[in-house]
Design a protein around this ligand. Sequence first.
Ligand SMILES: C[S@@+](CC[C@H](N)C(=O)[O-])C[C@H]1O[C@@H](n2cnc3c(N)ncnc32)[C@H](O)[C@@H]1O
Length: 287
Amino acid sequence: MSQQWLTATISCTSETREILSDFLLGLGSAWVSVENSNLIAYFPADANPDELLSEITESIEALRSSGVDLPGELPAIREVSDEGWAERWTEFFKPLKISSRLVVTPPWETYEPDPGEEILLLDPGMGFGTGSHETTRCCLKAIDDLVEDGNTILDVGTGSGILSIAAILLGAERATALDVDPAALQNARHNATLNNVQDRIFFEERSIQATDQGYDIVVANIFAETIVELSTLLKASVKPGRYLVLSGIMNPKSGMVEEAMGDFERLGTMVEGNWTTLTYQKKVSLQ
Ligand SMILES: C[S@@+](CC[C@H](N)C(=O)[O-])C[C@H]1O[C@@H](n2cnc3c(N)ncnc32)[C@H](O)[C@@H]1O
């Protein structure tokens, strides 16, 4: 069986390969492969080629302005027919043990859980977040550490829905999951249903707003600049004494996020690859 894809081909070096892959996966690429000195990212064929080109070009510009040495030429976008995609897809996504309690697995794999393990079924689609990216993994670990039975979760930028679903499987009562991308929300709803937690997660196509208040755990895995822009709303949405988990922060940008967190107390910093994840607690005295 063959499948149509849009591919974006960009030249890279061994130093820029990882960071570029991270960004392409963040833009909705299903996977990336390396051929000679080129990175080839596979996007679903219904993506708009012009929008894709401008999004990738913007990302390359943003990376270049933060000091990453990338070539000047535009990526080449092509439509391809891929005969071996089904095999590659199933080879690429395997069960992933995230923490002592949580294993993420695609629905076509059979995984026998050890006692105490929760299985999160994740069907990869247009929503970012399969557990293979450092930022997602660190958010999942932070949620596993912080979540208590009966908690409420606000998930800003839910992507595939993975963080909200994990929080519910680990004991949270309900989650509000927000995303500005309708294709991500469609994938997230599907994943919630796969895990039979669809009645406990309220999906909404929007960003955070002032009425989002009183959550036990607020998690946002979005870029540092967006976190800073939304920081007042993010801080206001946390219940006094409770927690904020922030990721999607390229390491050199963690300072700008820390500055924006003001009176919140930093509980932990996780650095994996190019990415930093920060956890905070809101002082009981703060409203
Ligand atoms: C890096 S993905 C994170 C997905 C998932 N939460 C995870 O941890 O793997 C970021 C998501 O945030 C969404 N997003 C970006 N800006 C947003 C905003 N202002 N409000 C809500 N969602 C946003 C994007 O559409 C994308 O799905």
